[in-house]
Write a protein that binds this ligand. Structure first.
Ligand code: PLP
Length: 393
């Protein structure tokens, strides 16, 4: 029997619902021989040169507290890395090391969002991006990407209209789950809006390197000026296959670095030194690895397109970035869980339910195609057969 909750839990904490991706995964993990495509990670292990660097740090006894905002060598390397990619002039004072991309988003939000503020979040999106402002007591308004044939699109007029009286805009491009990518012009226009209207932008760019059009997706890092209300969140999780390491960073105006540094003290104190040693190796020696993984994901993306594009009632969108396919299934009810649970039981493959990603997500499934290509081929065969033979109820 459920025990009654003790009194005085925060109402916000009580209202949190379990992620429906977790619900699917928890069930899928109890089933034999299921191919799991529900989480947002590839099955490529962290490359050896990164693991060696962290192991060396451990051997050297790098096991104590580190500076709140990261070791200077890593902050400097991150500034130089972004200067190369975005033709900028950042230095270490524009960079703060965080314990994951998730922590980066929380710190960015804690810096500029208070209870009662209006925050406009572009959806569908990784659930943390609307859950974090909600946790801080903000009023979240979701602005849905529009669909134009096989493309997702951002309506800038609608965004600026919604954000006129907002404290912050939250944007994730390249986007999890849709694979949508904002254009350079759109990002520049949002920068100008933020500057003019004094609205913060929290830009989650953890998939910046997972673009199939160029070396890095269009970024706020290119356009932000020193006094702009813009914070860019990033992570080592995706580009260097380091999901379990919990390491990320923020790029921000120098003036707010001291404030964020205090927030870090009271959130996590600091990132582990040996983990940052791994991060330093990733940033300074990781370009070849990024190129190799991008090639593999490109092949994987094309396999998805080939396997699923001609199924009646199934819409596949353009996939310019990330390692996700967001697939629309006509007639799939707002709650797609039953359909996916059946897919897991009968077809032995599991994906994420679209409604987990907020407004615009229902009627969709998200397939993470970051797995080994042979495994993906089997998974796609199973998904294809299932979609052809099972119409949603
Ligand atoms: C858009 C987005 N932001 C942030 C994260 C979290 O990354 P991290 O593993 O660094 O916490 C994810 C993870 O899937 C994501 O998709």
């Amino acid at each position: 029997m459920d025990r009654p909750l003790p009194p005085a839990l925060s109402p916000i904490a009580q209202q949190l619902s379990e992620s429906s991706i977790r619900t699917i995964a928890n069930f899928g993990m109890t089933q034999a021989d299921v191919i799991p495509l529900w989480f947002g990670e590839s099955d490529i292990p962290t490359p050896d040169f990164i693991r060696q660097a962290a192991a060396h740090g451990l051997e050297q006894g790098d096991t104590r507290y580190t500076p709140n905002n990261g070791i200077p060598a890593l902050r400097t390397a991150l500034a130089e890395y972004q200067n190369r990619l975005y033709d900028q002039q950042f230095d270490q004072h524009n960079i703060v090391v965080t314990v994951s991309g998730t922590n980066a988003v929380m710190l960015a939000a804690q810096t500029c969002i208070s209870a009662g503020d209006k925050v406009v979040v572009i959806t569908p999106v990784f659930p943390t991006l609307f859950a974090v402002p909600q946790l801080l007591g903000a009023k979240v308004e979701q602005l849905q990407l529009s669909q134009n044939g096989h493309r997702f699109e951002l309506d800038l007029d609608a965004l600026f209209h919604a954000a006129k009286d907002a404290k912050a805009i939250v944007i994730n491009s390249p986007n999890n789950p849709t694979g949508w990518c904002a254009t350079k012009e759109q990002i520049e226009a949002i920068c100008e809006f933020a500057r003019r209207e004094n609205v913060w932008v929290i830009s989650d760019e953890v998939y910046a390197r997972h673009t199939y059009e160029g070396d890095s997706a269009p970024s706020f890092c290119t356009f932000m000026r020193e006094s702009d209300p813009i914070i860019v969140c990033n992570s080592f999780s995706k580009a260097w296959c380091m999901t379990g390491w919990r390491l990320g960073w923020l790029t921000l105006p120098r003036a707010i670095t001291p404030t964020i540094t205090k927030l870090i003290e009271f959130n996590v104190s600091c990132a582990p030194g040996f983990v940052q040693a791994g991060g330093l190796a990733a940033i300074t020696q990781g370009e070849r690895f990024i190129e190799q993984t991008r090639e593999r994901f490109l092949t994987a993306r094309d396999m998805v397109a080939q396997a699923l594009s001609d199924i009646p009632g199934v819409t596949l969108y353009d996939m310019p970035a990330t390692f996700y396919a967001f697939v629309k299934i006509d007639g799939l009810a707002a709650n797609s869980q039953a359909y996916i649970l059946r897919m897991i039981e009968e077809a032995k493959v599991g994906v994420a339910p679209g409604e987990a990603f907020g407004l615009g997500g229902s009627e969709h499934l998200r397939i993470c195609y970051g797995c080994d290509l042979a495994v993906l081929a089997t998974a796609l065969e199973r998904i294809r057969d299932f979609l052809l033979t099972h119409r949603p109820e």
